[in-house]
Write a protein that binds this ligand. Structure first.
Ligand code: HBI
Ligand code: FE
Length: 294
């Protein structure tokens, strides 16, 4: 899930800038005061209530029931690695399985963390997973990423070697971008691939983005609805395109393969950022004559 930190915003508990979603400024959810310098924290698995495990199970059951024909094969193959869906997994146990597969591990965080800390964790193959679960009345939608979004949406594809490599390359790119003030461009890349990306397959388009895969309504919408536009992956086109934080996307970008993502992150982004600085931004629903339309 992507967010916007307002560096100028007043610092709240422990100096964490409030996270801004869409138009409203919202204080961060989660216990940042007890987080470490790198923003990681303890999961405190023993504090989850039976009601929370039940809510998590219901979220998993609902999403798992609609994956066929909508989620990419790599996701469907790996989602079972999350373990017993009847309760929130212990991050340490899941890390043991994940580390053997692709060298990634899961670390608990209190919620959204500043981009620099986020990039630094990805660059070390440590994926930040929010420790808290949404409230029952947020069953259909929660603005902030919670443990269900991060675990069910993001973790399965970290078992795929190609995607696991892309996520680390993204983190390393982010650490360089920090100096080039290009975080907004990278946030858009993250948004239109890791969060809301589609992939073209012989059987048709499928979802691989975590924001889609963990959403009750957007999974079918992103693959089947005639309303949004679906455009071929184009790195600089994506980096120019703004996105919507609290509604279904107006545009989805389609890759041919995870190898394509790796290839896209291979070059040094500095010259791309220089070109982008002179290119006008694009609205989320804009259509260019050069777009490859699916
Ligand atoms: N923090 N915990 C967490 N999870 C995210 O997905 C996340 C974040 N901070 C920043 C962020 N994503 C985005 O701004 C990325 O595009 C960098
Ligand atoms: Fe996410």
């Amino acid at each position: 899930m992507s967010s916007r930190f307002d560096p100028g915003a007043k610092a709240s508990n422990r100096g964490v800038a409030p996270v801004i979603y869409g138009t409203g400024e919202r204080p961060p959810r989660g216990d940042y005061a007890s987080a470490r310098e790198d923003f990681t924290c303890e999961q405190h698995w023993e504090r989850y209530t039976a009601q929370e495990h039940t809510l998590y199970r219901r979220l998993c059951e609902r999403q798992t029931a609609q994956l066929a024909g909508l989620a990419c094969g790599e996701f469907i193959e790996a989602v079972g690695q999350l373990g017993d869906p009847r309760q929130i997994p212990r991050f340490d146990d899941l890390s043991d399985t994940l580390r053997r597969a692709t060298g990634w591990q899961i670390v608990a965080v209190p919620g959204l963390i500043p981009e620099e800390a986020f990039f630094a964790l990805l660059a070390k193959r440590r994926f930040p997973v929010t420790s808290w679960l949404r409230n029952p009345d947020e069953f259909d939608y929660v603005v902030e990423p919670d443990v269900f979004h991060d675990l069910f949406g993001h973790v399965p594809l970290l078992f795929d070697p190609m995607f696991a490599d892309y996520m680390q390359a993204y983190g390393e790119g982010g650490l360089k971008a920090r100096d080039l003030q290009a975080c907004e461009y990278l946030a858009r890349l993250y948004w239109y691939t890791v969060e809301f990306g589609l992939i073209d397959t012989p059987a048709g388009l499928r979802a691989y983005g975590a924001g889609i895969l963990s959403s009750a309504g957007e999974l079918r919408y992103s693959v089947m609805s005639p309303v949004p536009q679906r455009l071929g992956f184009d790195l600089t086109r994506i980096m120019r395109t703004s996105y919507k934080i609290d509604s279904y996307q107006a545009s989805y970008f389609v890759i041919d393969s995870f190898a394509q993502l790796i290839a896209a992150t291979a070059p040094d982004f500095a010259p791309i950022y220089e070109r982008l600085a002179r290119a006008p931004g694009l609205a989320a629903d804009e259509r260019l004559a050069t777009d490859r339309v699916f």
